[in-house]
Design a protein around this ligand. Structure first.
Ligand SMILES: Nc1ncnc2c1ncn2[C@@H]1O[C@H](COP(=O)(O)OP(=O)(O)OP(=O)(O)O)[C@@H](O)[C@H]1O
Ligand SMILES: [Mg+2]
Length: 227
C-alpha cells in the first residue's frame, strides 16, 4: 500500500515562560510513496516537532496534514485521539529521536509490538530477519536498559520497519550509530522507500544522509520574538 503526504502551512509555537517561541512558520511539503525527504536544520529548529505533528502526536496551531493511503484520505486534524492512534498504529512507522522503547519488554517483544498490535502474527519471521540484519539476535531476550544507545536505536529502527508501514518517520535514526551501522540503517530506510513504495521522512544532522534523500526541507531557528 502506498501513502502520499500533503502538508500545508503548518505553524507551531511553544510558550516558554512569557516568551513565545515560533518553531514552525508555514511549513508545506508534498511527499509521494517511494520518495524520501530529509528534514535538516540546527538543533532547536523544529525537526522533531514537525515529525510529531506528521505522526499526529502533536497538534499544529495552524495548517493541515493530509495522509492518503490506498484506503482513505484523512486530514489528521479531523480525527479524534483514538482515531489518530489507530492511524499511527496501522500506517506509520516512527523511529523516535529518543527511541521510546518499552522498558518492561525485551528486544524481541519491542520489535514485534507493532505486529502484535495489528494482530499480524505472520510478521515474526520478518522481525527475526531485521534483528539479524542489525546484529541484535543475541540480544533478543535482553531489556532495553542494558543496551547501548546504538543498540537501542537499532531496535527502534527494526520496530518501525516490521509492519512495512506506508509512511516512515525517522528522527535522527543514525544519531547514535558508528559509521558502519549508520550506513546500514540508512541503506535499509532508503531501500524501504524505493522498493516498498514507502514515503520516508528522515530528520538528520548528517549531510551524507540528507544528500541521499530525493527532497529536502531545511528549517531555520528564528530569533524568538518577545511577547
Ligand atoms: N513541549 C515543549 N515546550 C516548550 N518548548 C518546546 C517543547 N518542545 C520543543 N520545544 C522547543 O521547540 C524548539 C524546537 O524543538 P525540536 O525538538 O522540534 O527541535 P529539533 O530540530 O528536533 O532539535 P534537535 O536537532 O536538537 O533534535 C526548541 O527550541 C525546543 O526547546
Ligand atoms: Mg529533534
Amino acid at each position: 500500500m502506498e501513502a502520499t503526504l500533503e502538508v500545508r502551512g503548518l505553524c507551531k509555537h511553544y510558550a516558554d515562560g512569557d516568551r513565545l517561541v515560533e518553531v514552525l512558520n508555514h511549513v508545506s511539503l508534498d511527499l509521494a510513496g517511494g520518495r524520501s525527504l530529509a528534514v535538516t536544520g540546527p538543533s532547536g529548529s523544529g525537526k522533531s516537532t514537525l515529525l510529531n505533528i506528521l505522526a499526529g502526536i502533536l497538534a499544529a496551531d495552524a495548517g493541515m496534514v493530509v495522509l492518503r493511503t490506498g484506503e482513505a484520505t484523512v486530514d489528521l486534524a479531523t480525527l479524534n485521539d483514538a482515531e489518530r492512534t489507530r492511524l499511527r498504529r496501522r500506517h506509520i512507522g516512527y523511529v523516535y529521536q529518543f527511541f521510546n522503547l518499552v522498558p518492561t519488554l525485551t528486544v524481541w517483544e519491542n520489535t514485534v509490538l507493532p505486529a502484535r498490535l495489528n494482530k499480524r502474527l505472520d510478521l515474526d519471521a520478518r522481525a527475526g530477519e531485521l534483528l539479524d540484519q542489525f546484529a541484535l539476535s543475541a540480544r533478543r531476550d535482553t531489556f532495553p536498559e542494558v543496551l547501548s544507545g546504538g543498540e537501542q536505536q537499532r531496535v527502534a529502527v527494526a520496530r518501525a520497519l516490521v509492519l512495512q508501514p506506508p509512511l516512515l518517520l525517522a528522527d535522527e535514526p543514525t544519531g547514535n550509530l558508528d559509521a558502519t551501522n549508520s550506513k546500514h540503517v540508512a541503506d535499509l530506510l532508503f531501500s524501504a522507500a524505493r522498493e516498498q513504495n514507502v514515503a520516508l521522512v528522515i530528520a538528520t544532522h548528517s549531510e551524507e544522509i540528507a544528500a541521499r534523500a530525493d527532497q529536502r526541507l531545511h528549517l531555520n531557528v528564528d530569533t524568538p520574538p518577545l511577547t
